[in-house]
Design a protein around this ligand. Sequence first.
Ligand code: ZN
Length: 297
Amino acid sequence: MSFSTEVKNELCRVSMQRTCCTRAEIYGALLHASVFSHKEIRLSAENMTVVRRLQALLQRAFFVECEPQKAGRKQQLVLTEPAQIGRVFDALGYDCKSHITYHINRNLLEEDCCIASFLRGAFLMGGTVAGPDKKSHLELKTTHQSLAGEETSLMLDLGLSPKQARRGSAYLLYFKDGASAEDFLTRIGAPHAAMELMQAKVEKNLRNTINRQVNCETANMMKAADASARQIAAIQALIDSRGEDAFPGNLWETVRLRLEYPTDSLSELAQRFDPPISKPGLSHRLKKIIELAEKED
Ligand SMILES: [Zn+2]
């Protein structure tokens, strides 16, 4: 099941208690319907759960009975009877004789609960959202420019700021950042889906942090191994040319320990002295050995 389907199934479980919200939800769906005119209303979807929801909304909001019909991979709800279409138009405050202009009747969407319900209906018809395993993307598609503009202002009323784009003949409202997509889903009634997206993001961040740390440790180890190899080469060169005498004072102990423990880090090696010496102290001695070897060349 795609994540969009999962989200829509969750949206279809939102209760239909409030009359104002029921009407707002089917209104949002109708403005994204395949056909919404005074001659015909046609709502189609592949997801049967969505079709059943729309059927129930039509019944509750307008007392219109309508059975789904199969059309290819989709199921459709089709209204052609003038009396039924008239009831829908009346309830939404549209003049039955005029053409639908795809302007939103804001009188029906005064409360935040109704705006959220409207957007839920719109998303059921025209929305998609990328799953937790993908890059964050949620979009709402319409073929009407005016509708895209007015839906943007509805979202702004809820504190959401979608971006707008055009794809062919379609107008898109979309969220690319995860937090906004999660907010949107929570507002329209899919808090579980939003949580799923959020958790995936947290896990991904955690994984990235761990990978960064591992990479960093590996890099440090490589650097230490490199340095040790250079020190050992310098020691070998000095021993070859002048033997033990090449190392004045306390340097011989350093040479002996470095050769014995080539993979030790500086701090590990410093601890092997008796008594242990400081890391900067050891670093200074090793630098001295490299300098001596360079002078020999
Ligand atoms: Zn409401």
